[in-house]
Design a protein around this ligand. Sequence first.
Ligand code: C2O
Ligand code: CU
Length: 645
Amino acid sequence: METAVAGHRGNVVALVGSIVNLVTRLRARRAIDRSLALLISAALLTLGAAAVHFAVAPEHVAEYMPYGVFFVGLGIVQVGLAAAIVLVPSRRLFAIAAVGTSTVMSIWLVSRTAGMPIGPTPWSPEPVGFTDVVTTLLEGIAVIQFLRLFRRPGHPRPRSRIRVALSMVPVVLFAPFATFLGVGAALAPMPAAFNAAPAIHGQASTSVVHLTAQPGSEPVKKFTLTAAVRNIGGHEAWTFNGTVPGPELRVETGDRVMVTLVNHLPDATSIHWHGINVPNAMDGVAGITQDAVKPGGTFTYEFVASEAGTYWYHSHQDTSHQIANGLVGSIVVEPKDQHAAMGRDYSLLVHTLPGSDAIAVNGASNLRLDAMPGETVRLRIINAVVPGFDGAPLTPVLVGAPYVVGALDGHDLNAPQQLGPERLQLGMGQRADLVFTMPDQGGVRLFGMLGNAIFPWSAPATASVTIGDGPTPVVNASSRPTFDLTRYGLPAPDPVADAAHYDVTRDIVLGGGPTFRNGSFDFSDTLDGMASPFVPPIRVREGQLVRLHIVNNSPKFHPIHIHGHVFSVLAKNGHRFTGAPIHLDAVLVAPGETWDVAFKADNPGIWMLHCHVLAHASAGMSMTINYEGIYTPFTMGTQSGNIPE
Ligand code: C2O
Ligand code: CU
């Protein structure tokens, strides 16, 4: 190893030495005396910009031919310029190079501010991408070098070859590295149009748009959700009906729910019904089940609420930003005709306040709720908090009354036992229903919900909920045990978990690492080492039983969420669950953990499976479940503007 490195170093020294010799000889013939370091650095920077221009050319050819030709031509000119700078340097050449490169930068500036008068979209500014930054940096420094070269030399001090070589080091390192980043990013752009399940020629198949609710005579519950920008507490918020969270929607099992989304936002949006097994066309995923609803547009979602439980709704277009901006709300499906018997029933949407790192419950940092002694209270806790990059869960603790965990992700648990204060781990997207009887004296308090601190030294934001009047016990949350769902409640039959055979089995390894993706160099979160949209889908046929073996090889938490279906959890770290059957639409897989889950393919469509830490999903941790015989006419990417994550 050491000798290899030493050999390498020898090669580099020899290479630099011979370049120095060659150029010194050439320069001896020319009358111009300029620092060799400057000449070579200017040439390397120009070559780097040329390389990036060649790399972006194919994309531009596909989009608008004249731009493609322009970039190839520009690249050729820059290669020629780089050669001329070293071989035939002259003050005239430096002047031309400085003016030419500045002109290229000005054209770029116009295209990113006012927009170009020609092209596919005249007079509309293009977004600034990663490759733009790299190229502009290369060209900007090159211009500085040209100007330094152009200056009339004073009395040149003789400099040793060693010093000349040393002074080149920063640029010799920077130019190739920047070129590598720029070229790599340019060769991995965001796809123009990626179809998650294209129609296969000559094969009968059904479009997802036809997978809607069958007509029926169920009682209809109609809602309108108008998405618009509002100022909340001095911050810009994206709201449904003017508030964050949006209104709680309450329906009963058997209701036909019709929700019209009206988009008054400056961007396209959509609504996904998280946890509800809606027909595929109503799933709200931009680029898979619909086109995102453009500003000024509307879309009506319709489905029959079949299973009671705690759910939530949120945008599924540019989700990582739109959820953080505030486009979230709760939806509760009550069991039919049992409202009166339910006692106090509150949905608690725990969320990040738009524009800050503070967290809140239903919009308030200290929420107070009414309840009388002896009353039964159900708290439906929904974690919609944008977590830190590690994806860590919320860990609320309930004090003041013994309680049961009545449901997880909206699904009732069989014979849940009473608990004292425990830390309940909720990954983003997950829900838990806590049920208790109000004590004769004092209040009940839900706390320990920590947001993430933006800086390690700042205190993390926290929120709490107080139910009833009077004092609540003081408990140190961090000293409480963690709720263990692997042995809670009593066993009961679960055909999916108890199956002896699964038709489809898939291992899914959660990982990550540095990659070039969507036109930039970034850390991707990956499924089986691949990033969306290029993770191969899980292919199923209606009626099949599917088993997933999820292994987390990353140092982050990943709540893995399935659309349109419910997981039966089989095992964690290889150990079967011994308590009640657990049904979830998101499993929180901690670093190093292994989870086995299964589901029945009983809802045809093209469905997403992704990490609900939306920064991870948009960094690649997303894939689809594709039913045989179903295709989508929608695409994601720059052409349609659909970005599901
Ligand atoms: Cu709550 Cu695909 O998400
Ligand atoms: Cu994740």
